[in-house]
Design a protein around this ligand. Structure first.
Ligand code: MOS
Length: 723
């Protein structure tokens, strides 16, 4: 158990986040947002703005800075501000005022007068369902509509109709914002070598790639720097409006520019999670075996249709063995802020629907919810041939049940004084993925090592993991390894997204370490070196031969070298043709609902996970706790209310509820440790997202157990629980 290596810097305020960077002659930009949800900008009067104290420049679609369209292989097209006069949502960035101080820029921005040719806005997901569009093919290329039928079955409906027990329900989930502690921000500096941007992001090389596209530069002319990121959760994967605008204004003005979004601006000028509607129909045999599973999904999508929240594909597609499966995904374009990846995109809201429906099926069958899930435990995703590489979900259920006291659960909850107490559970799956990654490992003459890669640690613990895997691979103590992240000048190290970073960077470290050790041995046995011509080997941070040992630092000093480096790369390959890969878990929750006030409070929760090898129990546990708290938050707190005119009714921390300490009890986390070396050499899968998956359903299922009230939407509020 290793404490976060960057913890002391963070808690003492020494960690330098994007907006903490400052430069001589720094100018400040303040972003201007639209006040309609649909239309075209007709006129902008910036006369007063331009003559306000301290103002240096004003940019808008009528007076745009130099920026181009941005498209990359991984993210597709990323929205770049001020490209045209179209307004597609309330709170869309439509300008930037640059001034000598932040306050001057903000004050001047208030004087900008904008008129619009306004069109009616479409802001209701419910109203839009009738005109929903087919979603594009999913991440794995599978079509939005997909049916798998058992031999001899001609239609899904036939299988459902023939099922002895059927449950059906429609579930809805709310729009969310990532609400990361660090608002999106950037400081941009141009010099003879090109552009440097300090801006919290999930992968510096990808941010550099996007910025290079925006300015038509070679990627080598852009440096993205973000050693510390104050939370991202998918919301800082793509380059932010703050970064595009700071970089373009800095270029136009020839001086450094800082742009920081206010908390309210973060709610509309970045991107959040789509709202979803999901219709489930499950047919089962009396023994609980699934005969037919249908999961139809709709999600809101912004007018540019840039993101789909794939709830059915991310859950029902793979989670249970079923003879017949029908899933679909549709999207409803709305005049709402952009949507994007948010922690378990698809899996989080999808699992609320599927795992609530499974709970309803357990009730209908009069079966224990865990027994029902065990009866449908799969050896491979439905309709796929490739078996799971490693799956111990059954053990997650049984260990979880024992730790949580599941045997004491009554089908109708219990009462404790004025409280109605219930227990609920849900499954959690998240795909095990990795991306190509390169890492540089350097051995130095002072017997320390450096592990460097371009990825980012948005609070995940990746920096700590780099030092641990580096130390293990080099056979030295972790405190002798300096991990470095968050600079696009380092080898391209993948992305802190998709729960991929440990497996991606970790395997590359193993390759780089083996290479640098080989190189060291060659140096040590070369002509003139201490082990000239000898059979040398490496152990314990040193070179040995004939009973003699020298540390790598001693070897380097003896040949007058200060360091030796190697870059190692690793990428997914053959294994993808052999197995299916996932992390697995079981979530448990106890909820108390007050008999008279109807407030719901989570009193206990437990997550048990089979996520491969756990590199660092402490940071992994923190990741899972954060995810589980987010699940509680989705279940009982979070949800953006969109007014008819497209304005967010609660787009700030006064109105957008997130849990505080008093809302969260002790969280119990348990890992099964089955290294999955069929997935990658390190054996680690991922823990970044699975913690949030299943949690909202576990809460809703516990609410049902406590009260007998089935709430099919989140967040669940007091009004939903009135008797
Ligand atoms: Mo996260 S939604 O995997 O960036």
């Amino acid at each position: 158990m290793t404490s976060r290596v960057d913890g002391p810097l963070k808690v003492t305020g020494q960690a330098r986040y994007g907006a903490d960077n400052t430069f001589p002659d720094l100018a400040y930009g303040y972003v201007v947002l639209s006040t309609i949800a649909n239309g075209e900008i007709a006129t902008i009067d910036a006369t007063a703005t331009k003559s306000a104290p301290g103002v240096i420049a004003v940019y808008s679609p009528l007076d745009p800075p130099d920026l181009r369209k941005v498209s990359t292989p991984l993210f597709g097209e990323t929205w770049v501000p001020l490209q045209d006069k179209e307004v597609a949502y309330y709170g869309q960035p439509i300008g930037i005022v640059v001034a000598e101080t932040f306050e001057q820029a903000r004050d001047a921005a208030m004087t900008m007068t904008v008129t619009y040719d306004e069109r009616p806005a479409r802001t209701s997901l419910r109203d839009g369902l009738a005109t929903a569009e087919d979603a594009p093919p999913g991440r794995d290329g599978s079509p939005a509509d997909l049916t798998v039928l058992a031999p001899g079955v001609s239609t899904f409906e036939e299988a459902l109709a023939a099922s002895p027990v059927v449950v059906e329900g429609t579930y809805t989930t709310a729009t969310q914002n990532h609400a990361a502690m660090e608002p999106h921000s950037a400081v941009a500096v141009w010099d003879a070598d090109g552009l440097t941007v300090y801006s919290g992001n999930q992968a510096t090389n990808l941010q550099a790639m996007e910025l290079a596209a925006a300015f038509d530069l070679e990627q080598s002319s852009v440096r993205s720097v973000n050693p510390f990121v104050g939370g991202a959760f998918g919301g800082k994967a793509r380059t932010s409006v703050a970064a595009f605008l700071a970089a373009s204004a800095a270029k136009e003005l020839g001086r450094p520019v800082k742009v920081v979004l206010s908390r309210e601006q973060v709610f509309t000028a970045t991107a959040g999670r789509a709202a979803t509607v999901q219709k489930l129909a499950i047919g089962a045999a009396e023994n609980g075996e699934l005969i037919a599973l249908r999961h139809d999904s709709w999600c809101s999508t912004p007018m540019d249709r840039s993101f789909v929240e794939p709830t059915s594909h991310a859950t029902s597609r793979e989670w249970y063995a079923t003879q017949n499966l029908a899933i679909s995904q549709k999207m409803v374009p709305l005049n709402v802020p952009l949507t994007t990846f948010m922690r378990a995109p698809g899996e989080a809201p999808g699992s609320f629907a599927l795992e609530s429906a499974m709970d309803e099926l357990a009730v209908a069958l009069n079966m224990d919810p865990i027994e029902l899930r065990l009866a449908n435990n799969s050896t491979a995703p439905t309709g796929h041939d490739l078996l799971w590489s490693s799956k111990h979900l059954d053990e997650c259920y049984s260990i979880g049940a024992a730790r949580f006291g599941w045997a004491n659960r009554s089908p109708h909850g219990r009462t404790d004084g004025d409280w109605l107490v219930g227990m609920g559970m849900a499954s959690a799956l998240f795909p095990a993925i990795r991306f190509p990654a390169s890492v540089e490992v350097t051995l130095r003459d002072d017997d320390t090592a450096v592990v460097a890669t371009s990825g980012a640690d948005p609070g995940t613990g990746l920096l700590t993991v780099l030092s641990l895997v580096g130390a293990e691979s080099l056979d030295i103590a972790p405190d002798r390894v300096t991990p470095r992240l968050g600079n696009s000048a380092y080898p391209a190290g993948g992305l802190s997204g998709g729960s991929t970073a440990t497996a991606s960077a970790g395997t590359a470290i193993m390759v780089a370490a083996a290479q640098v050790i080989d190189d060291l041995l060659a140096v040590a046995s070369a002509p003139g070196a201490p082990f000239e011509g000898m059979e040398v080997s490496y152990a314990d941070g040193g070179v040995l031969a004939d009973g003699r040992t020298m540390t790598f630092g001693e070897v380097l000093r003896s040949v007058n070298r200060t360091s030796i480096s190697a870059i190692g790369s690793s990428a997914p390959g053959e294994e993808l043709t052999k197995h299916s890969f996932s992390s697995f878990g079981a979530q448990f929750c106890e909820v108390r609902v007050h008999k008279w006030t109807r407030e719901a409070r989570v009193s206990r929760m437990l997550g048990v996970f089979d996520a491969g090898r756990i590199i660092n129990a402490k940071t992994a546990r923190s990741q899972i706790i954060g995810g589980m708290i987010w699940g509680v938050s989705a279940a009982l707190h979070e949800g953006l209310e969109i007014e008819e005119n497209g304005r967010l009714a609660n787009g700030d921390f006064a109105g957008y509820l997130v849990p505080v300490n008093a809302d969260i009890p002790d969280v119990d986390v348990h890992f099964l440790e089955y290294p999955d070396t069929l997935h990658n050499a390190l054996g680690a899968k991922g823990v970044g997202e699975i913690g949030t998956v299943g949690m909202a359903a576990a809460v809703a299922n516990a609410v049902y157990n406590a009260t007998g009230i089935r709430v099919r939407h989140i967040p669940i509020t007091i009004e939903d629980l009135l008797p």
